[in-house]
Design a protein around this ligand. Structure first.
Ligand code: SAM
Ligand code: SF4
Length: 456
């Protein structure tokens, strides 16, 4: 379905919907949750009502429904990934960020393509096969040419299977260039969709241009990126508007390009050394944070909902039960930060320092299935093709099988003998439908015998 509305108009509509919204009574809540369980997403009016909900019992019901929807769409799997920070040079001055240009005491570093390869090898050895590259915005230290060289170097010299990228918005032509270098998901957060707050938070530099950033995903998709990742930085402005605008942004992409946002990240503002902001102007409590995760899941059921190590351990673990489907582990947010003793400036402080081994076990102990899967990128299942598979209910079994296969490979390659993880491979294989199980057992035997990158 083609939409005639621009993304700016969709965001304006979200503003009007937010302004007129109120918490639902029990009958309306039941209706909304019933609609959400059809796995077709929710109209903005419903999402706005859920975001206005304060009643703890109602929030419990929202969270429970979100857990069910996540299970129905993606099954028990939770994808693990890690960021690789390339550069903390930046020409912008975002008030909240440690990389801002007026942080004169920052220890600046941009890794060379060779150093990026070393960093990627460390992550690969730990078990990650998908990583996301992150950089400040700088004409020299994060140029297009540099991003292409880094991708070429990592793909040719490591066994990383897919690189995603979180970088400043580009022109259509530059998006085309980095897409052809092999980047999978293009990710960029609007930070806040509220223009006046955006303007205060971004006083100078390229990032000052709200519209150029807001339209970045349209340009990325026009340039051939199948998958894009969006998000609002929670803590800058009223979360009920910013979360609703994020949902509206995804709806716009779905209507215009036939695929909702591939991922919705849920970054919450953290203290950053050298940032101008010492406290969030609009703090988001843990309860509200979890409500946002659940509402994203119900409103955009096909999106990967991504929780980073900005969040405390307990919050991350609870998010796994209420809709989160991807989680980072063992993250460093400073360029060259893996395996190094000399430190450059980190972007912000982290809450959860557990590594991939610990996080995988936490996921398994929660009765879920840790996944190191990259199958969709290996099979060209991206953009509208991915979206159609999810909508038809086709990802549930695929994700479960690919999680089992990738987890088995991880255990063998890292020598991890965790009984919890071996048990998860066994249990989830046994629980597969009869017509699938034997094929998967064959594939597992192949992996034990040395096959790699096995997926469906
Ligand atoms: N420089 C590019 C940009 O701003 O789009 C690339 C990504 S930036 C390095 C990654 C994201 O980190 C930002 O989009 C922002 O949402 C988030 N971030 C920045 N400072 C933060 C802080 N103090 N706490 C939590 N997240 C923060
Ligand atoms: Fe630069 Fe991005 Fe940090 Fe802003 S958030 S100062 S653009 S690295």
């Amino acid at each position: 379905m083609q939409s005639n509305m621009t993304v700016d108009e969709e965001i304006m509509k979200a503003g009007i919907t937010h302004a007129g919204a109120s918490a639902p009574d029990k009958n309306r809540l039941d209706e909304i949750l019933k609609r959400a369980k059809l796995l077709r997403g929710l109209p903005l009016e419903d999402a706005a009502s859920l975001l206005h909900t304060e009643d703890p019992e109602h929030i419990r019901l929202i969270s429970e429904a979100a857990g069910e929807v996540k299970e129905a769409v993606f099954g028990p799997r939770v994808v693990l990934f890690a960021p690789l920070y390339l550069s903390n040079y930046c020409g912008n001055d975002c008030l909240y960020c440690g990389f801002r240009r007026s942080n004169t005491t920052a220890r600046r570093k941009a890794v060379s393509p060779e150093e990026a390869v070393e960093q990627a090898k460390i992550l690969s050895k730990a078990g990650f096969k998908r990583i996301i590259l992150v950089a400040g915005e700088h004409p020299l230290h994060s140029s297009i040419d540099y991003l292409v060289k880094v991708a070429e170097a990592i793909y040719s010299q490591t066994d990383i299977r897919i690189l995603h990228i979180n970088s400043a918005p580009l022109s259509v032509e530059n998006f085309r260039t980095i897409k052809s270098a092999g980047y999978g998901v293009y990710q960029c957060f609007q930070e806040t969709y509220h223009p006046e707050t955006y303007s205060v938070m971004h006083p100078v530099g390229m990032k000052r241009d709200y519209g150029f950033r807001l339209n970045a995903m349209d340009r990325a998709l026009e340039a051939g990126f199948g998958d894009v990742g969006i998000g609002a930085l929670l803590g800058l402005y009223d979360y009920r508007f910013d979360a609703l605008a994020t949902i509206a942004h995804s709806k716009h992409l779905e209507e215009r390009f036939g695929a909702a946002a591939h991922t919705i990240s849920v970054p919450r503002l953290r203290y950053a050394e050298g940032a101008a902001l010492k406290e969030p102007p609009a703090p988001v409590s843990d309860i509200d944070f979890k409500k946002i995760v659940a509402v994203y899941r119900l409103s955009v059921p096909y999106a990967g909902v991504v929780i980073s190590t900005r969040e405390p351990e307990a919050v991350r673990e609870e998010c796994l039960k209420i809709g989160a489907s991807q989680i980072s582990a063992g993250s460093s947010v400073e360029p060259g930060g893996y395996g190094k003793t000399e430190h450059s400036t980190a972007q912000f402080s982290l809450h959860d320092n557990r590594d991939i081994v610990e996080m995988a076990e936490v996921i398994a102990r929660a009765g879920l299935l840790p996944s190191l899967c990259t199958a969709c990128y290996r099979n060209g299942r991206q953009g509208a093709a991915y979206h159609d598979t999810v909508i038809s209910g086709g990802m549930h079994d695929k994700c479960t099988v690919n999680a089992v296969l990738s987890l088995k490979e991880y255990l063998l390659d890292t020598g991890n003998k965790s009984e919890a993880l071996e048990g998860a491979v066994r249990r989830f294989t046994e629980a597969l439908p009869d017509n699938v199980r034997a094929g998967v057992q064959n594939k597992l035997a192949g992996i034990a015998a040395g096959d790699r990158d096995v997926h469906i």
